[in-house]
Design a protein around this ligand. Structure first.
Ligand code: GSH
Length: 333
């Protein structure tokens, strides 16, 4: 996979999300909320797509929004459904996610990215606008949330969640990629510095409070979690984010384990998909495509002790039940 970088600065250039339609409860966008109508296409390797998997589980949206899981290894036509019988997604009837992009816009020549929400009847891509996808699952799909679903983006906390998310996006979620894909030392140095400064700041914030905003799980925790859970497996080595491992940052490590052990988080994580994607797809930074054997994953099950900080993970609500059988992942250690 070619990694676009700025020739002058050596900085990684992230493509914009081109399809940004919204699915709304009142249907005013032209895409009404409707159970069974949309398919969320993800890779379990991808941190941006994994937000959607977690939110869907926490909110109990599995019966309303189905999921297609792409092969973690893209080929030259990008994401493909080679994990499914006949290499075809059984609901959309396509081999490549690109077919949904081209059904929406035949002349589209941009990147084919996950997460992507596809309209099942027409086969057209509706949106790949990942920050909005999860917010809309939390706020537009409320009629189909399970009983006891948490409020992941409550109105009275939105300003604070948005502010935390801005910093986490720039200096954590995106910064690991900017370090890993930098083509010049200065670009790498800058991303590395911002990343670890932000992780230090987040460690201080989370030392005495269980969650990032308020005393319950919110969208902010989900966005931080998807980078932390990949940290030692891929970002520390492959992306050279190696001042410390997550396991050497006691507060963030306990925070990440706490979330991992919360139903809806760890049960969406597939470390095999994560490792095989990063190490095999980014051939420019790992030309041998060898996938490392470590790290030891059973540590994720270790107790975290953060119950002592109080907090109510689901607020007035309750944890979700186990994932549906067809989405249950094999034991990973
Ligand atoms: N669509 C977003 C973020 C999602 C994203 O980067 N997904 C990755 C996988 S982690 C992907 O699908 N990359 C393939 C591509 O953009 O062509 C973006 O363009 O920045």
């Amino acid at each position: 996979m070619a990694i676009p970088t700025d020739p002058d600065t050596g900085e990684f250039v992230r493509a914009a999300n081109h399809f940004d339609a919204r699915i709304t409860a009142d249907g005013s966008s032209g895409w009404p909320v409707e159970p069974g109508r949309y398919r969320l296409v993800v890779s379990r390797a991808c941190p941006w797509a994994s937000r959607g998997l977690i939110v869907r589980r926490l909110l109990g949206l599995e019966p309303a929004v189905s999921v297609a899981v792409a092969d973690p290894i893209q080929d030259e036509k990008s994401w493909r459904f080679t994990l499914d019988p006949g290499d075809v997604d059984p609901v959309l009837g396509i081999k490549y996610l690109a077919q949904a992009y081209h059904a929406a816009e035949p002349d589209y020549t941009g990147g084919i990215s996950v997460p992507a929400v596809v309209d099942v009847p027409s086969g057209k891509l509706v949106t790949n606008d990942y920050p909005q996808i999860t917010l809309d699952l939390a706020t537009e799909w409320t009629a189909y949330h399970r009983e006891g679903a948490p409020r992941l983006y409550p109105e009275h906390l939105r300003d604070e969640i948005d502010e935390v998310n801005r910093g986490v996006h720039a200096d954590v979620n995106a910064a690991v990629y900017e370090a890993g894909f930098a083509a010049k030392q200065s670009a790498y140095d800058d991303a590395y510095r911002r990343l670890f400064a932000k992780l230090d700041e987040l460690s201080a914030r989370l030392e005495h409070q269980r969650y990032l905003v308020g005393d319950t799980i919110t969208e902010a925790d989900i966005r931080l979690f998807t980078t932390l859970v990949r940290f030692d497996a891929v970002y520390h080595g492959h992306f050279k984010c190696n001042r410390h491992k997550l396991t050497e940052l006691p507060v963030l490590w306990a925070y990440a384990r706490d979330l991992f052990q919360t139903p809806g988080f760890g049960d969406t994580v597939d470390f095999d998909h994560i490792k095989s994607h990063y190490y095999q797809v980014h051939e420019n930074i790992n030309p041998t495509r060898i996938v490392p054997n470590g790290p030891v994953l059973s540590e994720w099950a270790r107790s975290h002790g953060r119950e002592e900080l109080g907090g109510r993970p689901f607020g007035e609500g309750t944890p979700p039940g186990p994932p549906p059988p067809e989405e249950t992942l094999p034991a990973q250690w």
